[in-house]
Every structure is written in C-alpha cells, then in structure tokens.
Design a protein around this ligand. Structure first.
Ligand SMILES: *Cc1c(COP(=O)(O)O)cnc(C)c1O
Length: 356
C-alpha cells in the first residue's frame, strides 16, 4: 500500500533525492566508489559542496557578505553556538515553544537573556505580538516555525537589533528577506535532507564582537574560512541535500513552493474547520503551513484512537500529535505531495460518515 508520510522530522524527502542518493551509494559521480566511502577532499565531493552552497544562496536570494555553512551537531548545537559567538552582554529571545525554550536555556550560560514575550500561558498556541525588544540587546532570537505546536511567523520581522532565526522546519518553504537577519539556522532533516547536516546562513561581519575564547569547532569563523571543510562534513547528508535543492529549483524555486504549500495547508485547515469531529489547536492567524496540529472536537476525545486506527489503515504514517499537544499533527513539508493531503482529507470525511 502507498504510504503517506506525515512525520515531523526526519521526514519525507522528494523521490528524486532518494533515487539519486541510492544510486550514489553504489557509484558516486562515476567514480566507481560509494558516496559513503569517498574522500570529502575528492574533487567530485568538493563539487557537491560548492554547488549545494551556491544553490542554497540562489534559491533564497542570499545577498553578498553572507556564508552558507553545512555543519554537524543539529540545530540543538546552534542553540549554544549562537550565544557563544554573539552574546556579549545581553540577548533577547521570543519564547514560542519547546525549541525556543531550549535555545533560551543555552543562551543563559553565556550572559543575560531577556525573554521579551512568551505564549506558554496558552500552551504556545499563538505567536506573541506587541512586545518591546531592548535596544541594547546583542541580537533577538526567534523560532519561525514551531514544529510541535503548529504556529509560524510567516513574515520577516522588522526589529531594532540584529535578528537570528531558527528555521529548522520552514526553511525554503517560502521566500525570505535574508537581509533582515544576521543568522538563520536549522537541522536539515525537516525539509531538506536526511538527519546529520545543519545549515547556517551567517552574515560574515557579525563575528569578533565577543571577548571570550571560543573552541575551534564552535567558532563560526573556522567554518566560514574553510567553507564547511575544516573537518569532515556530513558527506552523505550534504549530497542528499543537494538533490533536494536541485528538485526545488526545477520545480520553480521558493515562490512556487510557497504557492503549493499554501494550497496544501488551505485544503487541510479547511477540512478541519468544516468537519465537526475535529478542531485546530493553533490561533488561526499564526497557524503553520508546515505542521498542522488538530484534535478531536469537544466531547469527542474518546474517538481519537479510532481516527488514528483508520488513518493507519489508509497508509497514513506520523499523524499522531506530539505528546505535549496530543491529538494529531500532519507535517506538510515541501516534499509532501498534494495527493497525500487529499488522502488525509478523504480519511477525515470517511471518519465523519462512519462514526455518526
Ligand atoms: C527539530 C527542531 C530542532 C532540533 O533539531 P536537531 O537537529 O534535532 O537538534 C530545533 N528547532 C526546531 C524548530 C525544530 O523543528
């Protein structure tokens, strides 16, 4: 049976990414050697790294003066690396969920942290607005897409201090005005690649403003200077990432991707609103195009398992909500086809018909 993959991460990748990567495991770029065994210094892999960095820049229209890095350690290492490199005295953070909370915890190891607003009072169902950012903050950190709670900041904010964003789960899902940010980062396993590679878009001139000694591997300068080749990069994951970037370019780039993502999300949110058995959990204006969170409607909570069973029987995978929200979560990442959203909607309609 065809599976519909709604996992939140690692998650669905384009078919062509899987095919090209599978081929390269046997024979990488005609070398007769597996992608898993090729030197990262070989000219064939250096070409992969260069093209991946360039395509990332092209697709997001990244201005001159920024570097694109592909590192290990996950977005979670960035939670510490950012304050290590950028927090001199004080940083401002917006708390929009579990990932922001973790980023805040790490930043506190390095200096004063001003949490300017939090939506924890409503289990992170909305994005706070109307807060004041201290002008003397070294930077302001946001999580643009809150993977667990299904909320998203869908525009690029204008703020009075340098802006840093965790875009793990919405990178390349929409056009972004990169010039409004000094640093954007994320684990690539949500929208771009298998686990193992972390992307960082960094404005080169922001470094050198803290006095502390920074370990070599945690210093952005090391990786900028060496083009992400200071140590062995995640060769396999970077190769797969490049295949996804090529797929995205062929499809028409981030504008086209965004148009498709809006259509997919509108279809599912529309059904959640129409179908009396379900209700969304996120504030309407803040809800995510990438992670759609919903629960059984009031008084129908006991039907949750029955719906999950039906979804499973129809080949849906990964629809169970995160334990901190409950209910259901369907992740509609770039590679998820419209057909899978239609299948989920059909499943919700069938559930409505058969469980009256
Ligand atoms: C998944 C996720 C992370 C954690 O990423 P790792 O690569 O596992 O460290 C951080 N932030 C957001 C928004 C995420 O979705």
């Amino acid at each position: 049976m065809k599976k519909h993959n709604f996992y939140a991460g690692p998650s669905i990748l384009p078919e062509v990414t899987l095919e090209k990567t599978a081929e390269a495991i046997k024979d990488f770029a005609g070398t007769g050697i597996s992608l898993m065994s090729i030197s990262h210094r070989s000219k064939e892999f250096v070409a992969v790294m260069d093209e991946a960095q360039q395509l990332f820049k092209d697709l997001l229209n990244i201005p001159k003066g920024y570097s694109v890095l592909f590192l290990g350690g996950g977005a979670s290492t960035q939670f510490a690396m950012i304050p290590y490199n950028l927090l001199d005295k004080k940083a401002a953070y917006l708390n929009t969920g579990a990932w922001s909370t973790k980023a805040i915890k790490e930043a506190k190891l390095f200096g004063e942290v001003d949490v300017v607003a939090s939506s924890e009072d409503k289990n992170f169902a909305y994005i706070p607005k109307g807060y004041t950012i201290p002008e003397d903050a070294d930077y302001f950190h946001i999580t643009t897409n809150n993977t667990i709670y299904g909320t998203e900041t869908k525009t690029d904010l204008d703020v009075p201090v340098p802006l840093v964003a965790d875009m793990s789960s919405d990178i390349l899902s929409r056009p972004v005005d990169i010039s409004k940010y000094i640093l954007i980062y994320g684990g690539a396993q949500k929208n771009l690649a298998p686990a193992g590679v972390t992307f960082v878009i960094i404005r080169d001139d922001i470094l050198g403003k803290v006095d502390r000694a920074i370990p070599t591997m945690l210093n952005y300068k090391t990786h900028i200077d060496k083009g992400s080749m200071f140590n062995t990069p995640p060769v396999f994951a970077v190769f797969a990432l490049l295949q996804t970037l090529r797929w995205l370019k062929d499809l028409g780039g981030v504008e086209e991707m965004h148009r498709i993502n809006e259509k997919k999300a509108a279809l599912l949110y529309g059904e959640i609103e129409r179908n009396t058995f379900f209700k969304g959990t996120a504030n309407k204006e803040d809800r995510s195009l990438m992670n759609v969170c919903f629960v059984m409607n009031d008084g129908m909570e006991d039907k949750e398992k029955a719906f999950l069973d039906l979804a499973t029987a129809k080949g849906m995978v990964g629809v169970k909500g995160h334990r901190s929200v409950g209910g259901f979560r369907a992740s509609l990442y770039n590679a998820l086809p419209m057909e899978s959203v239609e299948a989920l909607v059909a499943c919700m309609k069938e559930f409505e018909q058969t469980s009256k």
